[in-house]
Design a protein around this ligand. Sequence first.
Ligand code: HEM
Length: 816
Amino acid sequence: MEKSSMQQRDVNSLNDAVCVFHQLVCKEPVPSVVEFAKLLRVMINMKEYSVVVSFFGEMRKLGIPFDDYILTIVINSFCLLGCAENRFSVLGVSLKSGVQFNVVTFSTLMRGLFEQNKIQDAMWLFRKLVKEKICKMDEVMFGTVMNGLCKQGHTQTALSLLRIMEQGDAKPNTVVYSIVVDAFCKKRMVEDAVDVLKIMVPKGEHPDVVTFNAIMEGYCLRGEIDVARRVLDSMIDIGVKPDIFSYNILVNGYCKQKKLDEAMHLYCEISQKGLKPDIVTYSTILQGLFEVGRVECSENFFTEMQNAGHSPDIYTCGIMLHGNDGFFKIQKLDKACSIFDKLYSVGLHPDVIRYNVTVNGLCIEGLVDEAKELLRKMEDNGCLPDNTTSNLIVNGLLKSNKTNEAMTLLKEIIQRGFAANKVTMSLLIELLLLIGEDASLIKHNSIPRYDHSESPSKGSHTIIAKAETPFPILIAIQRFSAWVPDIVTSVIKALKKWEKENEEKEEFEIDVLKELNDLSAEVISRTAFGSSFEEGKRIFVLQEQHISLTLQAMRSVYLPGFRYLPTKNNMTRWRLEKETRESVRKLIESSKGRENSKSLLSLLISASEEEHGFGMEEVINECKTFYFAGKETTSVLLTWTLLLLALHQEWQDKAREEVFRVCKGNNLPSAENLNDFKIVTMILNETLRLYPTIVALTRGTSKDIKLGDLEIPANTQFYVSVAAVHHDTEIWGKDALEFNPQRFAESRKHLASFFPFALGPRVCVGQNLAMVEAKIILAMIVKNFSLALSPSYVHAPTTRLTLQPQYGAPILFRKI
Ligand code: HEM
């Protein structure tokens, strides 16, 4: 067909439309407005709203006349494109061109403004129209305004407008009354809605099915499902025929109350009343059946739905896959996958959430390759994987020991700007440590976001492991090399203090438990909080007192609810808690603006500033966790190490020889040479094996699990004895109780034979920092002093949250 002679009726594509438009504008004389309006109408039907706007712009430039009908079409296009301001500019055009807007045009404009939440603009325009009598108000205009107001929660204003309407020419009809009834019902104010009914009926406006549906919904929202049912019956009695929405409201009400039999009964009633259940009816019941655990019923019902000619949509498939107890959650993988395939077969493209549920299911089943295949499929289908998808697959690969593949994928996702979540990080760090790589290679800037989708895993933990560590911290703490100079400075300061306090004597005795506790406090304070120990001192004192009271409480007989009673101890604990919070708060306040970016505190503060939901309370909690988790643990590790080296001179000599060699004489330890401290690391590990700082971990099962032949029910509490495993002769040989760092010269055969920092998702986030700190302190001590056990030492290991020498650790220091 010749393009030049195209007619309106030939417009099937955008190209055709452009051709026709050019023919129209070039014609002499210019065709009538009706011709242009027809073309614009076609464009609206083709959903080409921006083309309408651009044609209109062209018409104005060329001075082609237009009318109120064309303006309404243009405004409608702006509405559908969601540009409220532009609609106002059309209003300007109308005023300038002298083309009068009619009430339909203004109603369209008003609807658009409400849709865009521009209530003030809408109300300004409405008042202007009324005051200046720009156009005659009708029920549609009032209805539009009242609907807009009600949707934004301004029900009372809508009610006042209803009263005004009653006094004016445009009397409210059932549609208008129903808008207000519906608004009240949505707010569960059914009585107010019924009051509106009382006004409308005497005025001859009878409630229709929409009005009754609103009332039923109101009762359902209030949980008064039986009253809602009576409303349905009475509407039938007075001759108002319920529609499918009426039934769906009730079906939903019954399902919410887990009354599935009643819901099913109603479902049968739908057909008896000559109506057909729709996809909403089916999906509501499907969801309900899953929620009450009637999985088989839901499968049959799903089939029934398809037999009734309803192809499953994204929503119903979503319910079947991961609704409250969808197939994936109950591990019916084959069924879940077939539903997923169904989505493809009916040409529906699952969204990223559905993909993630499927990927998760596949990974749980160990089908990582299939999960990767799905990842490819999802990208082919134009659905971009998100953070969760990537993390799920990396985790799946790591758990299937496909480390290299996991690393490659991780690098790829980091390049794409995704964040690794905590579980991925823990697994990765564990693996990196296992293969001897530096975990700090995962740079801070590559994994910067705090993933709020993470929820703390269930189960019990020791007192330190209560909260999920935020991402910035998790990552920052792996960048320990930046803190090495701070740690070295703290150690130099401590060594000088020890010498000074002992009047520069050649040999002196110190209780290393106390001194190392102070040093470790200084280190954690400097590195993590950028402030000196002195500033944080008050917090440590309070923490010590708190711990001691907590220990007392733990050792006494447990009475349920006792911890809430205002006993003397509880009141002191509450006061200490309050004072601790206050001190941390002050420290945070005084640190603001003068922190350097590498400190944990500044990271926490910026996390709280950047991230919604991570507020000052979380900052305080994290600070407390780190003070608590990082101080005593490291100091007791060093205390036992010094005690063991004081007893085992040969290892002390070996360590010293290594330190001098690595530090090339008198140099200080640095980030670059820390990895060369092999013997020092072996000594620290052997100490952690013999005297694990945390002797036991507590864990709980969140669901029934099978461990070998053992079936363990959900909510079983476990007490995992780290010390028992570390001292097991079957694992460590006959000399398991001997101090022999040599055993750590080779890599361990079994990961779970040595876990002083725990394993898995709740692994200690500070383990690298702890080891770096311990290496530096130990290296600098043995480099400057030779150690011998004091005759006053009494060997009595005891557990005070951490494993400690009960009567302290007096050691004789001799200057080298
Ligand atoms: C020798 C030193 C350390 C040892 C032996 C140690 C040991 C542990 C253990 C066994 C856990 C797991 C507890 C459980 O889940 O029940 C843990 C958790 C934790 N540790 Fe350490 N830790 C040490 C040093 C540190 C340091 C220096 C920091 C911080 C600067 C730290 C911060 C944490 C945190 C925040 C947790 C909780 C992790 C979570 O559950 O998400 N730890 N530590």
